[in-house]
Design a protein around this ligand. Structure first.
Ligand SMILES: [Zn+2]
Length: 390
């Protein structure tokens, strides 16, 4: 059996959206899919059964963090990450590239990879295409990602020897961007060669920043390899909605129609709806849990800051009609949630994370229904937050 099978069951009549199902060695997930982020093999604060209860069918783990602690060889000895974290369903790992380029204390970037200082013990760590794939083979996720060169943000670049970033001029950015695309394409071949497990599906990644010609060039090279799926990387790094969606509309159709397309690190409700309409099938984002931990709830009409004093005596749940564990039956009031955050109680972040994750899963359910029924007006009426114009 192939490591991954993708079946498209419905195609939108007036957009490139499609609904389907991806099957992996650990079961299936419906697409378009939203993957909660379990950075260090834990969706922060939530038991795996609670994560599944929100409707999540696949989660993401970060290779960078797991390499540094507890080490991917230790996870392999524990029988792989599914068993280690007690999540039996599909898992995707990123390559570590994005975190290295955005978080790490980088010592050196060269044509073979990146050397950085571990934030855990200060040791020098070398990440190359081969090392990333070996680490991901050890972690054992169902979908693994190619190690790519991703400049962290438009106009910014980590400086060797420290966390300092300096702004790039447009000319410097263009050069850095071309260099990143060249490396991403070369490194993909090395990733394919290094990949050792036929029960894991390796996705290639298209880089190119905001340069659409470079995106085309990269997409052609990446799609030239017969891979089980493809991703669009290097977005949601500060380019803004209009540019992000321009990149996605340009790049998605350049990727094979019969394979799942994954837009990395995106995003807000509106980003997801428009990317789905451009033909994207998979999403991940830390926002539901990160914002949840900070008392910021997502609602269909926009964000809600639960620390706000206006909720002090508000008996309503976060969102009327929400079927999450925090809202259903009016279980937990805004007043109570506000109190939990004011008092620094762990239950606050847990409940709002649960609500936020359910919010995104309900959005995906409605998106899949909109595709199936060819009815986007239904989505528009139920999800005002996804159709706001900035
Ligand atoms: Zn809720």
């Amino acid at each position: 059996m192939a490591a991954l099978n993708f079946e498209i069951s419905h195609r939108s009549r007036d957009s490139a959206a499609r609904a389907g199902r991806v099957t992996t060695a650990h079961g299936s997930f419906d697409t378009p899919a939203f993957m909660p982020v379990g950075t260090k093999a834990s969706v922060k604060g939530l038991l795996p059964e609670l994560v599944a209860d929100t409707g999540a069918q696949i989660i993401l783990n970060n290779t960078y963090h797991l390499m540094l602690r507890p080490g991917t060889d230790l996870i392999a000895r524990r029988g792989g990450v599914h068993r280690f974290m007690n999540w039996a369903r599909p898992i995707l790992t990123d390559s570590g590239g994005f975190q290295v380029f955005s978080l790490a204390d980088i010592r050196n970037i060269d044509e073979e990879g990146v050397t950085f200082r571990s934030e855990v013990d200060g040791a020098e760590v070398r990440l190359t295409p081969k090392a990333s794939i070996e680490a991901q083979n050890q972690i054992g996720a169902d979908i693994i990602m190619a190690f790519d060169d991703c400049p962290p943000a438009q106009g910014q670049e980590p400086t060797a020897g420290g966390m300092l970033r300096h702004s790039l001029s447009p000319q410097e950015y263009a050069i850095r961007n071309r260099q990143a695309v060249g490396r991403t394409i070369r490194w993909l071949d090395l990733c394919v060669q290094a990949h050792r497990r036929d029960d894991q599906a390796l996705f290639g990644i298209v880089q190119g920043g905001t340069d659409l010609e470079l995106r085309s060039y990269c997409a052609e090279a990446v799609a030239g390899l017969d891979l089980p799926g493809y991703a669009i990387g290097g977005v949601a790094v500060g380019e803004g909605f209009d540019q992000m969606i321009e990149i996605v509309r340009h790049t998605a159709p350049l990727l094979p129609d019969s394979k799942p397309r994954y837009l990395m690190g995106v995003g807000y409700e509106r980003d997801i709806v428009e990317a789905v309409r451009a033909g994207v099938d998979m999403f991940d984002c830390v926002l539901p849990t990160r914002n949840g931990r900070n008392a910021n709830a997502f609602t269909r009409t926009g964000p809600m800051r639960l620390r706000n004093s206006c909720y002090m005596e508000d008996d309503r749940p976060i969102e009327e009609g929400c079927d999450c564990r925090a809202c259903a039956g009016g279980a937990y009031s805004r007043a109570y949630l506000r109190h939990l955050f004011q008092a620094g109680e762990m239950l606050g972040p847990i409940l709002v994370s649960l609500h936020n994750l359910r919010h995104f899963q309900r959005l995906m359910l409605d998106i899949r229904a909109a595709i199936r029924d060819d009815d986007w007006s239904f989505l528009r009426s139920r999800w005002p937050v996804a159709f706001v114009t900035a």
